[in-house]
Each structure stands twice: as structure tokens, then as C-alpha cells.
Write a protein that binds this ligand. Structure first.
Ligand SMILES: N[C@H](CCC[C@H](N)C(=O)O)C(=O)O
Length: 285
């Protein structure tokens, strides 16, 4: 196999290996994803984003998402912004152009703004437990109680943004050791497909501090779908306004959810880091 050409990008520190599967089709096995994501033996990234020809007529491209552990995901908010920026760079149209991107879970409106910010329409949040998926809780509730061995009972909100999220409101997100609790939630039987776990501290009605321990990647500097998940769960609880700045360790995202039944809008920056080639054969893959 010829060497794999890729672009390295990030969305406020959530970093990606971007592969154009139309020009260099690559079989992204779990082993290859883990090697690509390895920060010593590979390129290093939180997720791999494969770009494909779109099936939906109004979408300019389709994208698929692999976590660093080789598992696939249904959505990646920071990755979607990078796909839009990648398309804009590959085929520079008028700045501010609107395009549509096809994710595994649907088609999303994207707009690259003149100031470099990218807005993605992330879709309508899904709170029905079985559609998250989450089992063992009868119906849609404001919040759910989960008792985990070795941890005090937690109350959390749960939502799908095309991928599963549990959101725990905390008092001091910066001072927390989030990994042990997050891993306990991820392996709990209530989440058959595991789950991304967000820890959110409300700073004001229009400001939230958030850290996310992601499914398949661990704690990342930012999680776009996690920022949407935290914002809509807190909005449902009346804790924040319908437009909120979510401050993650890697930077800020603006999340708006005008009303129930409408799509969540996420706006934030992207960055190109470098282009490269990767030699799987040289490492036996
Ligand atoms: N770990 C996530 C996928 C990446 C999401 C995140 N990087 C984002 O920006 O939304 C999952 O398995 O559902």
C-alpha cells in the first residue's frame, strides 16, 4: 500500500488525523487507528476523521469518526468543524459559504465565517433513554441517580448528540480527578455502548466550565458534542440561558439551542497543523 497522506488538524486542542478516503482509500482497522493515534509510534490524535463522497445529494462530503482506541463514533463536533474548514481550504469558495456535511447520523449545515470561526448545526438533542442508548431507567427524567461502587451517588443528565453523553454538574471542575469516576460510569451496565462523560460547573447563566472524559479517547482538551450535551442538559434544568459560552481546557465554544425540537448550533475555531505521510507497512500494518 502506498504511504497514507493525511492532514493534522485540531478544534481547540481536540486533535485529528484527517484522511481523504476518496483519493487514498485506507482500510482503517482498529489496529491501524490505534497506531495512527499513538503519540509516540504514530502521528498522535484523539480521533481519525475519514472524508468520503457524500451519499446525500445536498452534502458536499461525508465523514466518519474513529476514536484513538479504534472504536467508531456517530458524531464529533470539533471534527465536523475541521471537515468544514478542510473543504473550504481544498476548494476555497467565497468566505462565509454555507455547506452541508454528512455524518453517520445525518446531514449538518456548516458555515465557515469570515473571522475563521465555523458554525455547525449539530442536530436535535435526543433525550429518550433507549435512543442514547441508556438502559435501566424507565423514561425521560430531569436527571438520573447512579450509585457506583466506591463512589458517592451521582446525579446526571443523559443525551445523545449522535453519540452518547452523560453530564454531571459539579462545584469545582478544575480541582477534580475526573478519570476514576468517568471510567466507572463508562463501564456501568446502564451504558451498553459506553458513554462520553462531561463534568460541568455553572459559572453564570451564560458561562459553563467543562471537562470531558471521552469514550475511546480519555480526557481531551475539548469535546464539541460534549459541549452541546452539557449545554442542553443544563438548559433543560433551567441552569443556563439558551446561548452559552462553554469554556473547555483547550478553548471556548458558543452553544445555542433556541428551543426544543430545534437543532443545537455550535460555533468555534479550527486549526491546520501540518500535512504528512504515514507508512503503515513500515510498522507491519
Ligand atoms: N469520543 C466520542 C467521539 C468524538 C467526540 C468529540 N471529539 C467531539 O468533538 O464531539 C464518542 O465516542 O462518541
Amino acid at each position: 500500500m502506498a504511504r497514507l497522506r493525511f492532514s493534522k488538524m485540531h478544534g481547540i486542542g481536540n486533535d485529528f488525523v484527517m484522511i481523504d478516503q476518496r483519493t487514498n482509500p485506507t482500510d482503517l482497522t482498529p489496529e491501524r487507528c490505534r497506531l495512527l493515534a499513538d503519540r509516540r509510534l504514530g502521528v498522535g490524535c484523539d480521533q481519525i476523521i475519514g472524508i468520503y463522497a457524500a451519499k446525500h445529494s445536498n452534502a458536499v462530503v461525508a465523514y466518519r469518526i474513529w476514536n484513538a482506541d479504534g472504536s467508531q463514533a456517530g458524531q464529533c463536533g470539533n471534527g465536523a468543524r475541521c471537515v468544514a474548514a478542510w473543504v473550504q481550504r481544498e476548494a476555497p469558495g467565497k468566505v462565509g459559504q454555507v455547506m452541508h456535511l454528512e455524518s453517520p447520523k445525518g446531514v449538518h449545515r456548516a458555515q465557515c465565517m469570515a473571522d475563521g470561526q465555523v458554525q455547525i448545526s449539530m442536530g436535535v438533542p435526543e433525550f429518550t433513554p433507549r435512543n442514547i442508548p441508556m438502559v435501566g431507567f424507565a423514561d425521560m427524567q430531569d436527571s438520573y441517580a447512579l450509585a457506583l461502587p466506591g463512589f458517592p451517588e451521582i446525579h446526571f443528565g443523559a443525551v445523545s448528540m449522535g453519540n452518547p453523553h452523560a453530564v454531571v454538574e459539579v462545584d469545582d471542575v478544575a480541582g477534580m480527578q475526573i478519570e476514576p469516576l468517568a471510567r466507572a460510569v463508562q463501564t456501568d451496565i446502564h451504558f451498553p455502548d459506553s458513554v462520553n462523560v462531561g463534568f460541568a460547573q455553572v459559572i453564570s447563566r451564560d458561562e459553563v466550565q467543562l471537562r470531558v472524559y471521552e469514550r475511546g479517547a480519555g480526557e481531551t482538551l475539548a469535546c464539541g458534542s460534549g459541549a452541546c450535551a452539557a449545554a442542553v442538559v443544563l438548559m433543560e434544568h433551567g441552569r443556563v440561558a439558551r446561548s452559552v459560552t462553554v469554556r473547555l481546557p483547550g478553548g471556548d465554544l458558543q452553544i445555542e439551542w433556541p428551543q426544543h425540537g430545534q437543532s443545537v448550533l455550535m460555533t468555534g475555531p479550527t486549526a491546520f497543523v501540518f500535512e504528512g505521510e504515514f507508512d503503515f507497512e513500515g510498522q507491519g500494518l
